[in-house]
Design a protein around this ligand. Structure first.
Ligand code: INI
Length: 195
């Protein structure tokens, strides 16, 4: 049998996309900065003009799943990171916005097979949101770590699975889901995964 788990050591081999809500952008910009800090310190080039991270801005959390799905379907990304902030104090339809974003993000991950990171803060007050966006800690760091881990884990699972096309794809030098990674990155006993 094999153990599959993600690592944080090959981040430079992956591509990521962000989907970020402009609503409450005082908060979402700070979460994004936390994410970028984490990715950068793990070797990811977060410059939008480089070819490792793309950014899509949407009006609010309600629009995030649609754009995340569109990005995931391109098959260019190892993970899509969704960032938003829904604050109960500001809206009577908090539950609708938060609920639709949650359902949509979950459905997108299951439908596309691409890790979609749920980086949506759902809090009661702006104070609580800011505390999670840099005043006390920055949840963006956690979301970026989740993205790195899931990108790595899914790669490991594909390596261990019976996906014949993958071997020919490896070595292409491309970034993204089919990127070539060191042999040590492959799960120890891949054959057991196909049984
Ligand atoms: N969008 C958010 O991201 N956070 C919120 O707190 C929020 N509130 O309070 O309403 C919000 N609303 C906008 C919504 O996401 C859509 O952009 C809008 O309804 C247009 O479809």
């Amino acid at each position: 049998m094999a153990v599959f788990e993600g690592t944080f050591t090959h981040a430079s081999a992956f591509r990521f996309a962000f989907v970020i809500g402009r609503f409450n952008d005082l908060v979402t910009n700070k979460i994004l900065a936390g994410c970028q800090d984490c990715l950068q310190r793990h070797g990811v080039n977060v410059d939008p003009h480089a070819n490792q991270v793309d950014y899509a801005w949407v009006p609010g959390c309600f629009e995030i799943p649609m754009v995340a799905r569109q990005l995931a379907l391109t098959n260019r990304y190892d993970a899509v990171i969704c960032l938003g902030a829904v604050i109960r104090g500001q809206t009577p339809h908090f539950d609708y916005v938060a609920g639709e974003a949650t359902k949509g993000i979950a459905a997108t991950a299951l439908q596309t097979g691409v890790p979609i990171i749920f980086g949506i803060l759902t809090v009661d007050t702006m104070q609580q949101a800011l505390e999670r966006a840099g005043i006390k800690s920055n949840k963006g760091w956690d979301y970026a770590m989740n993205a790195l881990e899931m990108a790595s884990l899914m790669h490991s699972l594909r390596q261990g699975g019976d996906r014949p096309a993958l071997n020919s794809e490896l070595g292409s030098g491309d970034l993204g889901q089919n990127a070539a990674l060191p042999a040590s990155f492959v799960a120890a006993e891949p054959s057991s995964f196909s049984s």
